[in-house]
Each structure stands twice: as structure tokens, then as C-alpha cells.
Design a protein around this ligand. Sequence first.
Ligand SMILES: [Zn+2]
Length: 260
Amino acid sequence: MITSEERLAAQILDALELKKVPIDVFEIARKEKIKLCPTHGSTGFCGRLEYFPDLGRFLLFYPDHPDAEVNPRIRFSIGHELGHYYIEEHRERLMRGEFHSSESGFICEKTFEMQADSFASGLLLPERTLTRFLQSKGRNFLTLQEMLTLAERCATSRECAAIRYAKFAEEKCAVVVSRGDNVLYSISSDDAARIALRLKHGSQVPPQSAARRATTASITEGEIPGSAWFPWTNVRTLSEESIALGYGGLVLTLVAYAHS
Ligand SMILES: [Zn+2]
């Protein structure tokens, strides 16, 4: 399902006439007169957008990095902060200084973060690019390799491209990020979710799955009974493609209805 934040990102790209990937997030900030502030922050610092009433402008702090312009993590962080800038409610709150008030408590902070993430993925992997890429394949699904190619073309992380694809896909599929036998998170396409092909954090990765065999940067493929991943369904066969991401022991898997 396309979220309203992804739709907003598409509108911004249209309005700014940005048609080519990789999308230059720095250029967007400059066009909006947001001051870019590379910062030597503590480890784990991703970025922050702040409004300075005295200057009458927004300052966007992000980790200083020699390859910031092409670094997928930093590009995503900037896309996320731009989400806070463009999503009206976020922007209003920032301008009122609410994000930083000590007593705010901010019960729905997680929702705001998810909305900004959704905006960022819509900005970095534009709907237009996804649609054209699928059209160029002449079918309604992508392979894991094609998803990785898309990530590279858009200068985003492989995880980001995979999540965006799963939400966008018209096929029954799920993207799973796991470590060992543990599912860390998973996103299902609408069609897959409709028939309960959904996994939660902490679900088990089947011992016989490609996800358990994937230890290198090359793709491990396989077919598996649907009940191995989703014991509550009677889906017969699912195709699997997995790749070790090369950090934190993470494995990215695309589980889909087997294509004939
Ligand atoms: Zn945020």
C-alpha cells in the first residue's frame, strides 16, 4: 500500500522537477533554503532538523562523512529529516519547538518517526522509478537481484529498497530481515498480508530455509513448503532468495509465491 507520506514525497519530486535517480537530497535541502550542517556527532547520531526562530530557518544536522552524497545511510537520514520538514504536522511542531520541549513526553513519537521513514523511502525510491523498472522487466514482480540493482541505482540501502518493494509489490511476497534463526522484522505485500503471510519480530526462521544457508554476498535460492515459514497457512510452495548483508550477521530474504 502506498502511504500518504510516500505520496507526498512523489508530489515534492514532481514540484521540484527531480526526475532522475539517485535523487539529490542535498539539492532538495538547498532548494528549500534549509541550512546543511555536517556534524561530528556521537556514534549512533543519524540526523536532526531544528528550527531557529532567530534565523527564521531550519538547520539540518547530519553526520559528517567524506562520501555523504553517495552514502545510503546518510542519504536516508537526510530524506528522513526532510520528511519532518515536509509533513505539515511535523513542521508545525518543529516550528513551535515542541520536538525539543522537555515535558512533551511525545507518546506518538514512534508514529512520527515511521512517517518520516516512509517519506524518505518514497523520496529515494520514487514511485515513477519503481513503476518504470517493473515495466522494463515486463512482469509484475522483481527478483532479489533486481531489487539490489534498484537499490544501487537509487543509492539507497538494500534493506530500504527491499522494504519499499514489498509495500509496493503486486505479487504475494514478504521481505524478511533475520539473524540466525530469528526474524528481526518483515514486511509483507498487501496481497500476501491478505492471506496471512505475515511474520512478526521474533518469529522463527525455518532451519531448512535459504535464509539459514545464506552466509555470503551471493544469492542463495531455494523452494520451501509455505508452512515452514507460515505454519498457519496451506500455501504449498514458496520461492526464497537470500543474501547475507555483510553486517551484524543480518540476512535479507525475499519469500514469494513460486513463479512458474
Ligand atoms: Zn525523526
